[in-house]
Design a protein around this ligand. Structure first.
Ligand code: PBG
Ligand code: ZN
Length: 322
């Protein structure tokens, strides 16, 4: 008789035949750096996530380094916002300062720099605007300037998340022309217009001042279009691609895995994190078990890299298992 249960008899047997394993090296932790001094400000909708000023990054960086994860994804929150997002490509901007500090003191942490204008524009959109229109081609030169400036500061990976068409090619050319031919691009290729981003917009102070992001981020119903976006970004020179959010889009992740050979990242976003934290706080779910199940699900669907606010906890839980 066929008995699947023979291989489930003990923790040891189950561990031996386990098909998918999470590694600390799969994980990337997002960090929010805010301009100013002596700031460590909790983000209300994201328990245990804080905005740090550069002078207080020391309160989180040692834990990140000790955790053994691959690195961080960095978001900067400037004091000054304007129509042209000038703080985004100021070589002395808050994000640039943070990257310089981190690479100087923690050279082995991979620093992935998010490239987008929404934290830097007065209107909170990811591109230049004209009236209520979000402009595509006018935005590209600013994304290029920002990418070069972040690479100059020491970023190891450039990660455009704006969803303007043609940005990967433009950024690749700009990096190459400025001596950064060796800096890879991780493109947020299939980034869906999602309600799951709302806690992040508190954390990054980047909510759009009018309208929404639906004219540039993808419609959540579209899988085939996601594959075209990814194929295009690869054509334009992306070294790695991303699917975002993760849990409601595991089919997109799986299809990307089946169709493309390059490394694929999945972003387990702020709303996914907030829901788990809220239910755990109420005692309705077991946080550790739910997070482990979610992360394994994301990996099983095809992610090589998982960006998650649970990264530091998950790394500690993995340690316990050894
Ligand atoms: C900026 C950006 C967003 C996220 C990452 N980069 C928000 C947005 O598009 O509004 C979301 C991350 C998260 O929700 O954790 N473009
Ligand atoms: Zn943006």
């Amino acid at each position: 008789m066929r008995r699947f249960r023979r291989l489930r008899v003990s923790p040891q047997m189950r561990a031996m035949v386990r098909e998918t394993r999470l590694s600390k090296k799969d994980l990337i932790y997002p960090v929010f750096v805010i301009e100013g001094e002596n700031i460590k400000k909790p983000v209300e909708s994201m328990p245990e996530v804080c905005q740090y000023s550069v002078d207080r990054l020391e309160e989180i960086l040692p834990r990140i380094e000790k955790s053994g994860i691959s690195g961080i994804l960095i978001f900067g929150i400037p004091k000054h916002k304007d129509e042209q997002a000038t703080s985004a490509y100021d070589d002395n901007g808050v994000t640039q300062q943070a990257i310089r500090y981190i690479k100087e003191h923690y050279p082995k942490l991979i620093v992935i720099a998010d490239v987008c204008l929404c934290e830097y524009t007065s209107h909170g959109h990811c591109g230049m605007v004209c009236g209520e229109r979000i402009l595509n081609d006018e935005t590209l030169p600013l994304l290029c300037k920002m990418s070069v400036s972040l690479a100059k500061a020491g970023a190891d990976v450039i990660a455009p998340s704006d969803m303007m068409d043609g940005r990967v090619a433009a950024i690749r050319t700009a990096l190459d022309e400025n001596g950064f031919a060796d800096i890879p691009i991780l493109s947020y290729s299939a980034k869906f217009a999602s309600a799951y981003y709302s806690p992040f917009r508190d954390a990054a102070e980047s909510a759009p001042g009018f309208g929404d992001r639906k004219t540039y981020q993808m419609d959540g119903a579209n899988l085939r279009e996601a594959l075209r976006e990814i194929a295009d970004d690869i054509d334009e020179g992306a070294d790695m691609v991303m699917v975002k959010p993760a849990l409601a889009y595991l089919d997109v992740l799986k299809a990307a895995r089946d169709n493309f050979a390059l490394p694929i990242a999945a972003y387990n976003v702020s709303g996914e994190y907030a829901m788990v934290k809220a239910a755990a706080k109420l005692g309705w779910i077991d946080e550790k078990k739910i997070v482990t199940e979610n992360l394994i699900g994301i990996k099983r669907a095809g992610a090589d890299i998982i960006i998650t606010y649970h990264a530091l906890d998950a790394a500690e839980w993995l340690e316990e298992e050894l």
